[in-house]
Design a protein around this ligand. Structure first.
Ligand code: ZN
Length: 147
């Protein structure tokens, strides 16, 4: 567990310093906003689809290190996945952060977030981007287009 904790801090710091896929998208197929009032984290998630495959995903927002790192890692995790696979990842991530269920086959390096279950406030930060992803996947009619 000590090793995991060290890895957790290292990865969070890295993704917070240089978030991956942190940019707005001009004409996303799906878009959703997330807000965590407990910490003040806000983010917008953008998704481009080809059929039911997520071909591009990005986010922008402002929040604490954990929410930013989680969003950054989410974009890396779901890119190239189908909607059904992304839904599975959402469920597995939820189980990881609430029950400590290490589903490594589904989550890969996202399992470093297992440590947050000890800190209920931090769970909200870590899962914000995933809840935003879920609403982006479900609410296909509420997409705000740029034109
Ligand atoms: Zn936060």
């Amino acid at each position: 567990m000590d090793h995991l904790r060290e890895l957790y801090q290292e990865v969070i710091l890295d993704h917070n310093k240089s978030p991956r896929n942190c940019r707005a998208m001009e004409a996303p197929d799906r878009q959703a906003e997330g807000y965590n009032p407990l910490c003040g984290d806000r983010l917008t998630l953008y998704i481009t689809l080809d059929g039911d495959v997520i071909t591009d995903v990005s986010f922008e927002g402002s929040g604490c290190a954990i929410s930013t790192a989680s969003a950054s890692m989410l974009t890396e995790a779901v890119k190239g996945k189908t909607l059904a696979e992304a839904e599975q990842q959402f469920k597995a991530f939820h189980r990881l952060t609430t029950e400590g269920d290490m589903d490594e086959a589904t989550l890969g390096k996202l399992t470093i977030f297992a440590g947050v279950q000890e800190f209920p406030m931090r769970v909200k930060c870590a899962t914000l981007s995933w809840h935003t992803l879920k609403s982006a996947l479900e609410n296909q009619d509420t997409v705000a287009k740029t034109e």
